[in-house]
Design a protein around this ligand. Structure first.
Ligand code: FES
Length: 189
């Protein structure tokens, strides 16, 4: 955990804040552990079964601990028509795992992304919250072998789009390190 345990203190104790609260917890922990789900249930006074139901319904929530590095390949429509599935296949070959899995050494988790909200830069690959646009299959090996960007810590969560908090802050909902905002770059490695 990289943020204080009061990640939920910004949220009114009302069930209507369940989704943003889960996003905030995932941002904090990088996944939703059973303890985090209980934390949300306790804070919002929502039955645990309901919290679990919401967390399992939305594919952007990660219910298993990810690898030290998370790579997400966008397979939304814009990216598909520009070769996103080929890029995903190249990532799978390079890492030796299928999308949704983590390498056996726990180094990398590979995920599919429905839309990285950078459609003009399709196809997009997100590495630890940093978007790479117009990725070509031939650039995948170098992209995945590149060292982590020093500005990006190994913790933190999701979110190239953002939901408003009661305080006026915004919480990321998918795709990158939401609170810091996403970083977009062409894959000119
Ligand atoms: S479909 Fe890939 S960024 Fe939108």
């Amino acid at each position: 955990m990289s943020e204080p345990a009061d990640a939920l203190s910004r949220f009114p104790r009302e069930r209507t804040w369940l989704l943003p609260a889960l996003h905030a917890l995932q941002h904090r922990d990088r996944w939703l552990s059973p303890a985090a789900l209980e934390e949300a249930a306790d804070h919002l006074r929502v039955p645990r079964s309901e919290v679990y139901g919401v967390a399992t319904h939305y594919p952007e929530f990660r219910l298993t601990r990810p690898g030290r590095r998370v790579v997400r390949v966008c397979v939304g429509l814009s990216c598909r028509v520009r070769g996103g599935l080929d890029v995903l296949a190249a990532c799978e070959r390079h890492l030796g795992i299928a999308a949704g899995a983590t390498t056996t050494d726990g180094a990398v988790t590979l995920e599919r992304l429905d839309c990285a909200f950078d459609c003009a830069m399709a196809p997009v690959v997100e590495v630890e919250g940093e978007h790479r646009g117009r990725v070509e299959v031939g650039a995948v090996d170098a992209l995945l072998d590149a060292p982590p960007h020093p500005a990006l810590s190994p913790s933190g969560g999701e979110g190239s789009s953002h939901l408003p908090l009661p305080s006026g802050e915004r919480v990321g909902v998918r795709g990158s390190r939401g609170f810091a905002g996403s970083r977009v770059a062409q894959a000119g490695l």
